[in-house]
Design a protein around this ligand. Sequence first.
Ligand code: PBG
Length: 327
Amino acid sequence: MELLNRPRRLRGSSVLRKMVRETRMDKSSLVYPMFVMEGTNLKEEIPSMAGQYRYSVDRMEEKLTELLDAGVTSVMLFGIPGEKDEMGSGAFAEDGIVQKGFRKAKEVCPDLYLIGDVCMCEYTSHGHCGILHGQEVDNDRTLEYLARTALSQVQAGADMVAPSDMMDGRVAAIRRKLDENGYVNTPIMSYAVKFASSFYGPFRDAADSAPAFGDRKSYQMDFHNRREALKEAMLDVGEGADILMVKPAMAYGDLIREVKDRTNLPIAAYSVSGEYAMVKTTAKAGFIDETSIMCEMAVSAFRAGTDIYITYFAKELAKCMDEGIIG
Ligand code: PBG
């Protein structure tokens, strides 16, 4: 049979398949999200996220060194405060939980790159991502609190800040605050394209941050929208963002690609708690293979255009890269 084009020719051996691979990854792209909590000598498993823990500050070192040993060089910290209040004042307190976490991480693992998630929802008694005016989140008033939160994290040792609140104008407000205080070279990774998503369910258990009333749909994006994702991305470019994030990752590959092609900033994708929990529970039930599904999800995010992949599987993925299972 005369057949000039035989795509199978390039699939004939493992060496050849690797030679022609289009998507290549590196451990330096991985970021591990980690939860720190008040208290001493605590390492508590998060019920909705098997294998993930909340650490008290004095127990962080074991996890941080484990990550570094695996070749994961960046961590994103989330704080779970002992007390919450209306204004979320724990978010920007000098001795707030995440600030203590940054100081500790810098002290015990100075080589680790530290990223701060900037938001109010873990710290407010009502669980919303900003300051309330009645039942509404007051956008403009929240900006000052977010900027203070970002500054306090950087002062405590964060190398980069990542606002996840979805208020309008927050990148500009944070940039201005950091610059006024001399932190002109501290990058901002904006959660630019963040959807109101049910994939965050397990995280809200982990951080005890579910809103006490209503939902986040008046600030996080409607997942039916594609053009609006570009609008958000372009606004953040204009406000001085250094890196743009799309979140969640798995169901949003189209937007990772779109934002990648239409901007010239590095793109981060956050494979969120619900993605993790789905893999863990389905694998535990014996219906899928955890490692291969985890790898396939990661490759799909990179293939879509991800430069920085934020994932609870960071250490396990690093191992798979070392072993050549993906790469
Ligand atoms: C804080 C924040 C959330 C996540 C990251 N930062 C929760 C939310 O917006 O409700 C979700 C992360 C995850 O699900 O893994 N606003």
